[in-house]
Each structure stands twice: as structure tokens, then as C-alpha cells.
Design a protein around this ligand. Structure first.
Ligand SMILES: Nc1ncnc2c1ncn2[C@@H]1O[C@H](COP(=O)(O)OP(=O)(O)OP(=O)(O)O)[C@@H](O)[C@H]1O
Length: 358
């Protein structure tokens, strides 16, 4: 459905010197700076796929989505979406895709959403019966029927985003480009939008490319992610494989743990956090005799990647296949008030990937 080959976009911007004289100088001698916002990006996406498009601020995500939507021309490279070349801006192409920019509105601010929807029906020449049916389905899925006649400017951010999604989907696009659709929304609205997108993708087999800085959006919706950094693609594959990349060097340090046979084999890592009990007694003497703490400060230094928080909790990163053995060792070493085992947060995995690319 989406084929991108060596897509590149270079922006040329005027570098103005500071101050009044800098401005005057610029009238006679202009200095330009070139920035490749997207460099040689290639990927292909099949019909019905829901793909996360990740990258830090300024990585080139919006620039790529704008090229795929025909809003800006590529400097070089080609793309085809649903068989169309977006840069030709054909009317037939506009009917098969939609772009939702979380930070921009396409609804008229001073009109109720229904008025904008009716206008879009006319623009896309959507047959009335199809329009009614689609609108009905979307209003139910997004639960905003009661807000249809409220001025857009009076809607909450979450309600407005839901209306923006309806506006984008009225013409039943086959491809949906979503640029941070949950930005600024509270957790409940984020969840509602995510549930909607999952259900809509499942029901209609729409191909979706989603950018978001909220990793919950990505982990809940996308099986595959494409990651770009400084305009270049640095990862394209399954989200689970990306999570498995956080196996790294530290896992090797765990192998010589005293009582536990921990393999060096990579695999996904987990975080074990525990709070030793009776912290107060550790540093005081019982019956006049000094008690060595069950978990001295350096207790888990053998585990390589460990730390201790100011509230006394130990945090260990261990290979997933060592979690049971390490937990058992912790629980037999001394009394523990609390213990949790978690996956390494996706935010951290992605941040590691970015810093590696840098
Ligand atoms: N019209 C433009 N003229 C000049 N430079 C631009 C233009 N649009 C984008 N850029 C630059 O291109 C780079 C990529 O911008 P882009 O908006 O694609 O990043 P992004 O990955 O979407 O970032 P964010 O997550 O912050 O939205 C940035 O350095 C930006 O300043």
C-alpha cells in the first residue's frame, strides 16, 4: 500500500544575522543553510498494517508524512501510496488518504462540528446515505454524538481530537497518516482514541502510519515500528524485536553471581525492584550487638546494572531467563517488604536506540 524509495527532503533556510545591521547585511549578502530533514528513507507497508513511526523531536517524521500526503515535494526519491504518486496531487489520491496533525485543526473553529462534516461531504462528494452511515458509526465508536452541535472552540481538547478523526475518516480513506493524534490529551482520552484506532483498523483494514511521543500509543497499537533519527532510518521491524535489543553488555556481568547460575545469553531484560525490610534496624544494634544488614549497600553489585534509590529500594536489570533465580536469591537472603518485576520501559529502549544512533 505504501512504497517509499530513498525519499529525501532538503530544506534551504536563510540564516539571518542578529540585530538591525545583520538584517541590512542580509539584503546584500544572503547566507543559506541546508538541512536534510529526511535522507534516503525507504520502506514499504502492506495493506491493513498499523505501523509506528518514531523519532526524537526534529527527526523528520512530519516532513516524511507531509511528503507522503503531497503537501511538500521530495528533493529526491520516490513514493507510491495506494498506487498513486503523492507529489502529483491527483484528486483521486486525495480520496484515498487522510492526514491528521494533532497540533493543527481542520475543523472550523466557530462552527459546530456537524457543519464542517457537511462541508467535507460536499467537498468529497460523499453520497448522503454513505455519509450518514459512516458518521453514525464514528459517532458511536468515539462517543461524541452529544457534542455534534457544539461550537468546536467550546469542545475539550479530547472531544476536538475525536471530531478531527471523524472529519478525516468521513470519506473512508484507505490510508491514514496520524501525526501525534493524542498529544496533550489526558490519559482517559488517550485511551479512548487508542481504542478507537485499534477497532477502526481491525474493522476496516485501513493502513495506518502513526507518529507519537507517547510510547503507550505505540506499544498498544503497533506491531511494527520504523524509527528515524536525524532524517535517517535506523530501525524497521517488529516492536518486540526492538524490545529484545535491550539485551546489551550489562547482562554479561550477571553470570558470576554467587549463588545463582545465570546464563549470559541475551534475550529480553527485566527490571527487579525490591525494598529490604527493617531498614531502620540495619544501621542500629540489636541487643547491643551490631547487626550486619541482610542487604548491604553493595549487595547487588554482582548484578552489574544495579542502583539503589534514596528510599532504600534496589533496582536490578537482569536477563529475563534469570528473573526467577535472582528473585529466589533475594527472598532467601533477607526479609523483603516489597518486590516487583517489570519489563524495561519502551521509552528507555527507544532512548538507547537514539543514543546509539547518535
Ligand atoms: N519548512 C521548513 N523549513 C525549514 N526547515 C524545516 C521545515 N520544516 C521542518 N524543518 C526542519 O526539518 C527538521 C525535521 O522536522 P520535522 O517537523 O519533520 O521533525 P519531527 O520528527 O516531526 O519532529 P517533532 O517530533 O518535534 O514533531 C527539523 O530540524 C525542522 O526544523
Amino acid at each position: 500500500m505504501i512504497e517509499v524509495q530513498n525519499l529525501t527532503r532538503v530544506f534551504r533556510t536563510y540564516k539571518k544575522q542578529p540585530g538591525f545591521w545583520g538584517g541590512v547585511k542580509g539584503l546584500f549578502k544572503r547566507e543559506f543553510e541546508e538541512l536534510a530533514a529526511a535522507k534516503d528513507i525507504s520502506f514499504s507497508i502492506s495493506e491493513g498494517e498499523f505501523v509506528g513511526f518514531l523519532g526524537p523531536n526534529g527527526a523528520g517524521k512530519t516532513t516524511t508524512l507531509k511528503m507522503l500526503s503531497g503537501l511538500i515535494y521530495p528533493t529526491s526519491g520516490t513514493s507510491r501510496v495506494g498506487g498513486f504518486d503523492p507529489s502529483k496531487r491527483e484528486s483521486a489520491y486525495r480520496r484515498i488518504f487522510a492526514l491528521v496533525l494533532g497540533q493543527k485543526n481542520q475543523l472550523w473553529w466557530d462552527l459546530p462540528a456537524i457543519e464542517s462534516f457537511n462541508l467535507l461531504r460536499a467537498i468529497y462528494a460523499i453520497p448522503q446515505a454513505q455519509f450518514n452511515e459512516t458518521l453514525d458509526e464514528l459517532l458511536d465508536l468515539l462517543d461524541v454524538r452529544a457534542k455534534l452541535n457544539v461550537m468546536v472552540r467550546e469542545l475539550s481538547l479530547g472531544e476536538r481530537m475525536k471530531m478531527e478523526l471523524i472529519a478525516a475518516l468521513l470519506h473512508r480513506p484507505r490510508v491514514l497518516f496520524l501525526d501525534e493524534p493524542t498529544i496533550g490529551l489526558d490519559v482517559i482520552s488517550q485511551k479512548a482514541v487508542r481504542n478507537f484506532l485499534r477497532e477502526y483498523n481491525r474493522r476496516n483494514k485501513v493502513t495506518i502510519l502513526l507518529t507519537s511521543h507517547y510510547m503507550a500509543d505505540i506499544s498498544e497499537l503497533c506491531d511494527r515500528v520504523i524509527v528515524i533519527h536525524h532524517g535517517r532510518k535506523i530501525y524497521d521491524g517488529a516492536l518486540t524485536s526492538l524490545e529484545h535489543r535491550n539485551e546489551g553488555s550489562a547482562s554479561g556481568d550477571v553470570s558470576h553471581s554467587a549463588g545463582v547460575g545465570i546464563t549470559r545469553a541475551g534475550g529480553k531484560k527485566k527490571i527487579i525492584t525490591f525494598l529490604p525490610e527493617l531498614l531502620a534496624q540495619e544501621t542500629h544494634s540489636a541487643h547491643g550487638k551490631p547487626q550486619p544488614p541482610a542487604f548491604p549497600e553493595n549487595w547487588c553489585s554482582r548484578y552489574g546494572e544495579t542502583s539503589r534509590t534514596s528510599d532504600g529500594k534496589f533496582t536490578l536489570r537482569v536477563p529475563a531467563d534469570a528473573v526467577v533465580a535472582v528473585s529466589q536469591e533475594i527472598l532467601t537472603t533477607g526479609p523483603v517488604a516489597d518486590i516487583t518485576i517489570e519489563d524495561v520501559p519502551l521509552e528507555e529502549v527507544i532512548a538507547d536506540l537514539f543514543s546509539g544512533a547518535r
